[in-house]
Design a protein around this ligand. Sequence first.
Ligand code: NAP
Length: 269
Amino acid sequence: MDYGLTGKRALVTGSSSGIGEGIARRLAEAGVTVAVHGRNPGRTSAVADAIKAAGGQAIAVTGDLVEDGAAERIRDRIDAQLGGVDILVNNAGGRFAGFNHMDWFGIPAADWIGSYKLNVVAAALMIEQFVPGMKERGWGRAIQISSGIAIQQPPVFPDYQAAKTALNSLSGSLAKALGGTGVTSNVISAGVIYTPGSDDELAKAANAFGLEDWKKEERRFALEFFHHSVGRMGRPDDLAAAVLYMASPLADFVTGAHLVVDGGGASAL
Ligand SMILES: NC(=O)c1ccc[n+]([C@@H]2O[C@H](COP(=O)([O-])OP(=O)(O)OC[C@H]3O[C@@H](n4cnc5c(N)ncnc54)[C@H](OP(=O)(O)O)[C@@H]3O)[C@@H](O)[C@H]2O)c1
């Protein structure tokens, strides 16, 4: 299928692994030149190299998004090599201190601030760097990867949830600020997706559910523990397919939207 994306340029933050990697690979398959981004140089280059080996076009760009000046440095690198981007996928994120704290109480201020910086401020700064160029060219996409947890609000990881809720808000107000420019802003929220970032958390949840290896009983685990109506866990490609649509001209009439890709998890609650 032709998504009308041939020749477009994209930056996918946090694409050295997990969901971002899946998105980068899918966009490259659709003819997009992709800036693969991560903190770890080896992992980031490996994804860019794999895309090129498969016949796509990619560059590798590194930088820790919570460091001062990171957004400007990444913009300079990308401008020098690609001359800007048409599609920005704000995917990098997660819980600042790792998904290892299950209690609502006792979360240090540094974690609240860190989760906000990683999931909200980093995305805002990338938008500041890349969206003005899209406006000048009259076409573009800002796609924010959020989490179903921001709307479900289970009593865990409140710093992460609150940050993702703020990301949803930022994306909506940006859509309005971009009215009439040809640039859209949308949120795609992930449910529970099996990635390197969620591996430990899934193992802990499975143990609490009484399973030694959830992959051997994925259907039961997905249906009974996570209430995924589709009866399986999510994979990065589930998100990548949604991003491909939202990035493409097929979604020209979609802005300020929030698409939840969670196997029915949110609607089951
Ligand atoms: N997996 C899920 O179940 C799930 C559910 C809902 C939402 N999400 C959201 O989906 C996104 C991707 O999650 P994932 O599970 O794919 O994560 P992951 O496997 O842990 O990958 C995270 C990616 O982000 C990069 N990254 C992390 N912190 C960074 C920082 N400070 N600066 C720059 N890059 C950074 C990592 O780079 P390096 O590896 O190079 O350090 C990596 O490429 C996140 O926004 C997450 O909140 C995930």
